[in-house]
Design a protein around this ligand. Structure first.
Ligand code: ADP
Ligand code: MG
Length: 337
């Protein structure tokens, strides 16, 4: 049995509407960090809140550390689930100093133990010198580390974080991704992190779960997900990609996929007539005679890839344009055909 198990978890807020979370099955091992990734409204927060016990599932089962937390006739209250929660806005108490903020979750502990554990987690997040300061005297990144320290203090089975990086500016975000990962690893915590940002998910987690409309699309390690997305949605949500129409044909021995005249390297596939082929920018090469021909109208450099707006030649001047993600190394001139 896995450490955390969600089985056929469904949540409908209104029976006339589609389920916010639809038949989610997820297993986490002890010490594993998992991200729930997907666009706004896809059911990430609802899933997290059901694990925490703040939201009652419509159907399904939740098990943590071998104990059933939710099932048809079981519902363990949030405070008895062994969950540490880090909210998007940190939710620190402004009128309590840092030490008292962290101690708050330890109210059932003996005073000496509370002090010792508070000191320990403040050291873990590298803020032992800030114990007597108040939240408004700390930077955003420091406040977040305190929120994490407070969540970790009672030694929860699982730490849940909802959009932990969305209130931070870009440079601090990168540092915090690293800091949070290091802290969770050092504390050997099992964690579920909700984010709409692929970079967050890839940076902090062992495995990523992509959701869309309440339904899991793929569960995989970051590298696997980038290289072998399970459908067009995942391919486009995780990094940039060129999605091109292809056809498949088979001879006696092999199945081949073609994009126009271009035949792709052989892979073990089942035969389908029309397919979409996902080609990442770094796997793309623009050549004089390819499947598509057109004029480059605009080039944007991101540093990782370049985004070309190409007007396809078959169409007239107000005809179709196509977005192509090409590698940075490729020389492209505007107006080139
Ligand atoms: P995410 O965190 O991925 O942005 P949410 O889990 O917050 O998505 O929401 C999933 C869906 O459930 C959305 O359509 C949202 O409007 C709906 N929803 C969330 N909470 C409630 C609620 N308390 N009452 C009604 N609908 C809700
Ligand atoms: Mg949310």
């Amino acid at each position: 049995m896995s450490f955390v198990q969600l089985e056929e978890l469904t949540k409908s807020f209104d029976h006339n509407l589609a389920s916010a979370v639809n038949n989610v099955n997820l297993h986490l091992e002890k010490g594993e960090i998992l991200s729930l990734l997907g666009p706004s409204g896809c059911g990430k927060t609802t899933t997290l809140r059901m694990i925490a016990g703040f939201e009652q599932p419509t159907t399904g089962k939740i098990t943590i550390g071998g104990q059933t937390m939710y099932a048809a006739n079981v519902s363990v209250p949030p405070e008895q689930r062994g969950i540490g929660m880090v909210f998007q806005d940190y939710a620190l108490f402004p009128h309590l100093n840092i030490e008292k903020n962290v101690m708050f979750g330890l109210n059932k502990w003996k005073m000496r133990e509370r002090k010792k554990r508070t000191q320990e987690v403040l050291e873990l997040v590298g803020l032992e010198d800030c114990a007597k300061r108040f939240p408004n005297e700390l930077s955003g990144g420091q406040q977040q580390r305190i929120a994490l320290a407070r969540a970790l203090a009672p030694r929860p089975h699982v730490v849940l974080m909802d959009e932990p990086f969305s209130n931070l500016d870009a440079s601090l975000k990168e540092k915090m991704r690293h800091d949070v990962t290091m802290i969770l690893r050092k504390a050997n915590t099992t964690g579920v992190i909700v984010t709409h940002d692929q970079k967050d998910a890839f940076a902090v987690s062992d495995r990523v779960v992509v959701m869309k409309d309440g339904v899991i699309q793929q569960i995989a390690e970051p590298r696997e997900m980038y290289k072998c997305p399970s459908n067009c949605f995942v391919a486009q949500f995780v990094g940039k990609t060129n999605l091109l129409d292809g056809t498949m044909c088979a001879d006696l021995k092999h199945v081949h996929t073609h994009i126009g005249k271009v035949c792709l390297p052989e892979r073990e596939e089942t035969m389908i007539d029309n397919v979409k082929v996902s080609i990442r920018p770094e796997g793309c090469l623009l050549v004089d005679e390819g499947r598509y021909s057109g004029k480059v109208e605009h080039v944007t450099y991101s540093g990782e890839y370049q985004e070309l707006v190409v007007r396809l030649q078959e169409s007239d001047s107000d005809g179709e344009t196509m977005m192509i993600y090409a590698p940075m190394e490729q020389d492209v001139l505007i107006g080139s055909v």
